[in-house]
Design a protein around this ligand. Structure first.
Ligand code: TEU
Length: 570
């Protein structure tokens, strides 16, 4: 049964599957995934039962940031294929009742985009399409300390690049090859809206909007104030959530017809709060449908010190953050639900236990917990197989610009190599970018050539062919969760209530919708967990809708055992 996208909020019942095109399926043997490769694997998505495919960028790009640096928004990079290939993908998805959401990267372009090339000329009408600023007062342009502000790029180094020709600097919150667009300029906004309408007219059903809360910057670009002894890393950027953000989002919605055409929109918002998300996703404000929060994926880092400063994560802390967002958006707005994506380490390695003894059960239980929260779940390619982190042991295989920037920065500052490699092993974005594991052949069925990033050797055990053949696999558990969402309105609409907030093994909560009450009981630990019956609603006579294990003692959950009970209702 396909979702009826004629209903304005069809996306509330949907499950979205993210494809990172570079690593999904290679059709021409060049070792890099491509669009025809994706099209050849659509039956995998259909069997899983997902409703939407979010496609990370496939536009023309110099690939400095693997496509998040776009040089032509209305053409496909030859590495990934052609517009005809994209049209074939749209057709293949639509005939399976699956919608396509494109990745919209409009906070910045590539420095090779014609807009920026023209903008380099101080006399060009496009000069004001980007953030150009003179050297800091009293400093010689091009000298150390002459950058207009003390902001750092997310990929290490200053967020300002000196341009000899004009003697000025341009802003890039990410790589120097990703100059920030100036959204204060209405001509820029109009050009973006025109491009978006072009994609919608081509059959695209929505947009995932890259760092969209950075498009409105403060009226004056001034130094930030890092903690003593700290540099102004993005954690302290005074640049997110600027004064015109809601105005720009409303204008985009209206000019492109985002709500009017029932398009799915999700804004990636690093540094967003529940309050901001409630405003952005309030349907009455006609901005966006959902946002990606970063709060739960920053709990395992030292506050303010960034992702590489590792910190242990206790279950009550994670439970409390998701509960905060559930309660915060219960009356107004809507949550997205994710554990990982192309920027985050693999969920089963980060939040679960990827040891052979517990990987399958922990992957299933993490899925059960997430998919039974209220919101739209996002499944990242390979998550449905329980794919794990890459486990690289030296800097050699890493390719990600963020990881290489950190490695260069940290080692130049004298950080011990083991510390740097441990941080990379835990948090590098390459953990999520190793090729999709389709089968146990040499390159896991990903490519007939040499893969751009090594295939994880555990593809012998962890691969789609084996998972689809095994009814007890992580894959079929995801399939059952997705079907449960389709069959049970309480999964989509039920009010969330957290139980046992302080328990450091059990994740327990209810979902209530009319007479329907579900209880989710999960042991999120690698040890047995005792359930004191007085702590949870009576389960006598309850029906078990989904479980990770065969029936056992209901009060002693095995490691990573979880169950969804229907306490009352249908
Ligand atoms: O990521 C935004 C972002 O904040 C990233 O820096 C992310 O938080 C970080 O990598 C976590 O380790 C988006 C895209 O998802 C990312 O792939 C791009 O590199 C970035 O924007 C620039 O477009």
């Amino acid at each position: 049964m396909h979702l009826d996208i004629r209903s304005p909020d069809w996306w509330k019942s949907a499950v979205v599957y993210q494809v990172y095109p570079r690593s999904f399926a290679d059709s021409d043997g060049d070792g890099v995934g491509d669009i025809p490769g994706i099209t050849s694997r659509l039956d995998h998505l259909a069997q899983l039962g997902v409703d939407v495919l979010w496609l990370s960028p496939v536009y023309a790009s110099p690939m400095d940031d693997n496509g998040y640096d776009i040089s032509d928004y209305q053409d496909i990079d030859p590495l990934f294929g052609s517009l005809a290939d994209l049209d074939a993908l749209v057709a293949g998805l639509h005939e399976r009742g699956i919608r396509l959401v494109m990745d919209l990267v409009v906070n910045h372009t590539s420095d090779e985009h014609p807009w920026f090339v023209e903008s380099r000329d101080p006399q060009s009408p496009r000069r004001d399409w980007y953030w150009w600023r003179p050297a800091r007062d009293g400093h010689q342009p091009g000298t150390a300390g002459a950058e207009p502000t003390n902001w750092e790029s997310a990929f290490s180094g200053s967020a300002w690049e000196y341009d000899e020709r004009s003697g000025e600097y341009y802003l890039h919150l990410f790589s120097r090859k990703q100059p920030d667009l100036n959204w204060e300029n209405p001509v820029v906004r109009d050009a973006v809206h025109t491009m978006m309408r072009w994609w919608v007219d081509r059959g695209v059903d929505g947009f995932r909007m890259d760092v969209i809360n950075l498009i409105s910057k403060p009226a004056r670009l001034v130094d930030g104030v890092p903690p003593p002894g700290r540099r102004l890393t993005p954690a302290f950027h005074p640049v997110a959530n600027g004064p015109r953000l809601h105005e720009f989002l409303r204008e985009m919605n209206e000019r492109v017809g985002l709500s009017e055409r029932h398009l799915l929109t999700v804004g990636e918002m690093p540094g967003s709060s529940v309050a901001l998300a409630r405003d952005v996703t309030d349907p009455a404000r006609r901005e966006l449908d959902m946002v990606f929060t970063f709060e739960h994926v920053q709990l395992d880092e030292e506050p303010g010190l960034g992702k590489w400063a590792l910190r242990p994560l206790a279950l009550p802390v994670l439970k409390a953050n998701l509960d905060l967002w559930q309660r915060g958006l219960e009356e107004t707005g809507w949550n997205s639900l994710y554990w990982d994506n192309h920027d985050q380490p693999r969920a089963v390695s980060r939040f679960g236990d990827d040891s052979p003894a517990h990987r399958v059960a922990s992957a299933k239980t993490l899925a059960t917990v997430l998919h039974l929260h209220k919101g739209t779940p996002y499944v990242y390619q390979g998550e449905e197989l329980g794919m794990t982190n890459a486990d690289f042991t030296d800097i050699g295989p890493y390719r990600d610009i963020e990881s290489l920037g950190f490695h260069g920065d940290a080692t130049s500052l004298g950080t011990a190599p083991d510390t740097v490699l441990a941080a990379l092993a835990a948090k590098s974005r390459d953990n999520a970018r190793t090729p999709m594991q389709w089968d146990d052949s040499e390159h896991a069925g990903f490519t007939a050539g040499e893969p751009w990033l090594p295939v994880n050797p555990n593809k012998d055990v962890i691969n789609a062919a084996a998972a689809v053949a095994d009814p007890d696999s992580v894959f079929h558990h995801y399939r059952r969760l997705i079907r449960l969402r389709r069959d049970e309105p309480v999964v989509v609409h039920g009010r969330f209530e957290l139980l046992l907030p302080e328990h450091d093994q059990l994740w327990a909560f209810t979902r209530t919708h009319g007479d329907d009450v579900l209880l989710v009981l999960a042991n999120c630990s690698s040890l047995p967990a005792y359930v004191d019956p007085v702590d949870v609603p009576d389960r006598g006579g309850a029906k078990i809708l989904i479980s990770t294990h065969v029936e056992g003692d209901p009060d002693r959950l095995r490691p990573w055992e979880s169950k969804v009970y229907r306490l009352t209702g249908a």
